[in-house]
Design a protein around this ligand. Structure first.
Ligand SMILES: NC(=O)c1ccc[n+]([C@@H]2O[C@H](COP(=O)([O-])OP(=O)(O)OC[C@H]3O[C@@H](n4cnc5c(N)ncnc54)[C@H](O)[C@@H]3O)[C@@H](O)[C@H]2O)c1
Ligand SMILES: [Zn+2]
Ligand SMILES: [Zn+2]
Length: 364
């Protein structure tokens, strides 16, 4: 089958034939229909997020289950599924307390670029190719853990449903699950890409009355308005913190979301947060990056919270997001600025880098 393989950092992705072993116990093979292009794929290519190489990229997919391995009970052949990049063991401490995104077994194997049992199904000339986030869905097929498959109704378009697999769940969940945004509150969202736009629509869905979108690119601020932002700030032209204060009765925002992945913009988000308010970090920074905040400011009861995958419990949240989409309560169609074929993946990465798209989707 064809897959998008990264062999070395900062080099083009190679779309080529690789081998895919059959699913083992608890695993299924999915025929991938579509896969969104996320900044995290771009960050792996450029070494900002670390992965063993070679690796097949892709972690925002949807498709149809075409083969189930032994001991599979959560899905069956023919099921339409959104792929979750947080498969979980169901037995560890974090799974037991209802935080499957922190699953100890998943986090151990994710860093190693394998499936949950510590081995790879992807091969080329007999040698292992690693999995990204237990999925590697920039490919015609993927073998994944059954817990990575979230069944959805057959009538949902898979080229939109795939977005729920990362950007929508991550962005929207940061507002509704991590921050639990309150009706009538104020929020700032710094970074209005595919994930940040979903944080904006999450804040709107939760009933925030002031939603301030921040981005250096004016086209992103236009998208942000379409997703419900009440105000926009381009910090290249306007002083960020002062403008946020002016829009929030001098206090700063109840919630400030950083959706870029830079220490410096996390500091800006913190500075935009009111006393007692919450700064939520959604962006994925490099391991070397750091954040400095005035220590005494914590006495004002401000908090900083990280948000991984929108703090999701995928089997609860993802079907709900799909239902909200089908009932026209959240926007997915409007996220897709462009579609590409798998062979055009490097063009898709260029468009992401240049900020030309809200999200693009590779359609198989
Ligand atoms: N926490 C998680 O579980 C999780 C999941 C998925 C993605 N992410 C991370 O979320 C971040 C955003 O992903 P995305 O796909 O939306 O990226 P994207 O490239 O689509 O969007 C990033 C946006 O930030 C803007 N930006 C860059 N620097 C800026 C600055 N200094 N000030 C204001 N705006 C600036 C860009 O113009 C762009 O619109 C990435 O770091 C990604 O790795 C995290
Ligand atoms: Zn992603
Ligand atoms: Zn677990």
């Amino acid at each position: 089958m064809k897959a998008a393989v990264l062999y070395e950092l900062n080099a083009p992705v190679q779309v080529e034939d690789v081998d895919l072993d059959s699913p083992k116990a608890g695993e299924v093979r999915v025929k991938i229909a579509a896969n969104g292009v996320c900044h995290s794929d771009y960050s792996v290519i450029h070494g900002v997020l670390r992965s063993p190489l070679p690796v097949v990229l892709g972690h925002e997919g949807a498709g149809v289950v075409e083969e189930v391995g032994p001991e599979v009970s959560l899905v069956k052949t023919g099921d339409h599924v959104v792929l979750s990049f947080a498969p979980y063991c169901g037995r560890c401490y974090y799974c037991s307390i209802g935080s499957p995104v922190l699953c100890t077994n998943m986090r151990m194997t994710m860093g190693k670029g394998t499936l949950l049992d510590g081995t790879c199904r992807l091969k080329k000339n007999g040698k292992d190719i690693h999995h990204m986030a237990g999925l590697s869905s920039f490919a015609e097929h993927a073998v994944v853990d059954q817990t990575a498959c979230i069944p959805i109704p057959d009538n949902v378009p898979l080229d939109k449903a795939c977005l729920v697999g990362c950007g929508v769940m991550t962005g929207l969940g940061a507002a509704t699950n991590t921050a639990k945004v309150q009706p009538g509150s104020s929020a700032v969202v710094i970074g209005c890409g595919g994930v940040g736009l979903n944080t904006i629509q999450g804040c709107v869905l939760a009933g925030a009355s002031t939603v301030i979108a921040v981005d250096l690119m004016d086209n992103k601020l236009e998208f942000a308005k379409e997703f419900g932002a009440t105000h926009t700030i381009n910090p290249g032209r306007e002083e960020l913190v002062r403008t946020v204060r002016r829009l929030t009765e001098g206090r700063g925002a109840d919630y400030a979301f950083e959706v870029i992945g830079l220490g410096k913009t996390i500091e800006q988000a913190y500075a935009c947060t009111r006393q007692g308010g919450m700064t939520v970090v959604v962006g994925a920074p490099s391991r070397e990056d750091t954040v400095t905040i005035p220590a005494s400011s914590l006495l004002t009861e401000k908090s900083i919270k990280g948000s991984l995958y929108g703090s999701t419990r995928p089997r609860v949240d993802m079907p709900r997001l799909i239902e909200l989409y089908m009932n026209k309560r959240i926007k997915l169609d409007e996220l897709v600025t462009r579609t590409y074929a798998l062979g055009e993946i490097n063009e898709a990465m260029d468009a992401l880098e240049k900020g030309e798209v809200a999200r693009s989707v590779v359609v198989m």
